[in-house]
Design a protein around this ligand. Structure first.
Ligand code: SAM
Length: 226
């Protein structure tokens, strides 16, 4: 039986997704409140994480399964995640590493009070050995990957994706995948991150997937042609 189907993991994920779903009206209200006060993406980034610290803001069930599938299919061994929150995506990735018979996920979470929950959740599934949660700003805690990165999952503040990618690109394996949540799927509504990975001269082959708010799936070719 794969790890996602074991009662311990399946029941926990069900419970966490349900809690996340129930929070959605409050999340939307908080997002609207912040948007009404702040106008630029930079201002949004500076304190949104603090103000959203009670919320899951998690990967959807579909995204979670997709992460599991991708880690299994690519036989990824070393995965880095930007944005742990309460650990939903973390559990899917850790389950896949377990089923790959080994590997490590390093996951960064800015808010210290948030990080206790994913630690407890992951410990309760028995997948703790696969996960290293680093508390603090990802731009400081992810500076020292222990080995080349097979898969990078970006799910923290989207305005920071270009900075996190710039930090970690030198550590990506040739053929590494970078999966990013909340990346606009339309030409009319783009973002600096989308423009970067969708420009082939920067070394990525990128596809926009209609998953949740837009999920960008990018292959690092290993060759930046600039
Ligand atoms: C969308 S949530 C992550 C959801 C999580 N991946 C899941 O599926 O459950 C984004 C998280 O990124 C965290 N975050 C924001 N800025 C960060 C930063 N600079 N460094 C590390 N974490 C950050 C936020 O506190 C928040 O918990």
């Amino acid at each position: 039986m794969n790890t996602l189907m074991t009662p311990k993991v399946a029941n926990l994920l069900n419970q966490l997704h349900q809690e996340a779903d129930e929070q959605m009206p409050s999340v939307l209200a908080a997002v609207n409140e912040i948007r009404s006060e702040q106008t630029t993406p930079e201002e949004w980034t500076s304190d949104w994480a603090e103000r959203m610290s009670d919320f899951y803001l998690s990967a959807s069930r579909e995204q979670g399964r997709f992460l599991y599938q991708t880690v299994r299919a690519t036989k990824a061994q070393y995965v880095v995640e930007f944005g742990t929150s309460f650990g939903i995506s973390t559990i899917y990735i850790a389950a896949a590493l377990h089923d790959n018979h080994g590997g490590k996920l390093v996951s960064a979470e800015l808010i210290e009070s948030k990080a206790a929950k994913p630690k407890k959740h992951i410990h309760s599934t028995g997948l703790g050995d696969y996960v290293d949660i680093r508390i603090g700003d990802a731009l400081e805690t992810l500076t020292d990957p222990e080995r080349p990165i097979d898969l990078l999952y970006l799910d923290g503040g989207p305005t920071l994706y270009p900075n996190v990618l710039k930090l970690l690109q030198p550590h990506l394996c040739e053929g590494a995948l970078v999966i990013a949540d909340n990346v606009p799927t339309t030409k009319e509504e783009t973002s600096p991150y989308a423009e970067y990975v969708r420009n082939p001269t920067n070394g990525y082959i990128s596809t926009s997937l209609e998953m949740k708010g837009g999920t960008e799936y990018s292959l690092w070719t290993g060759v930046d042609q600039n």
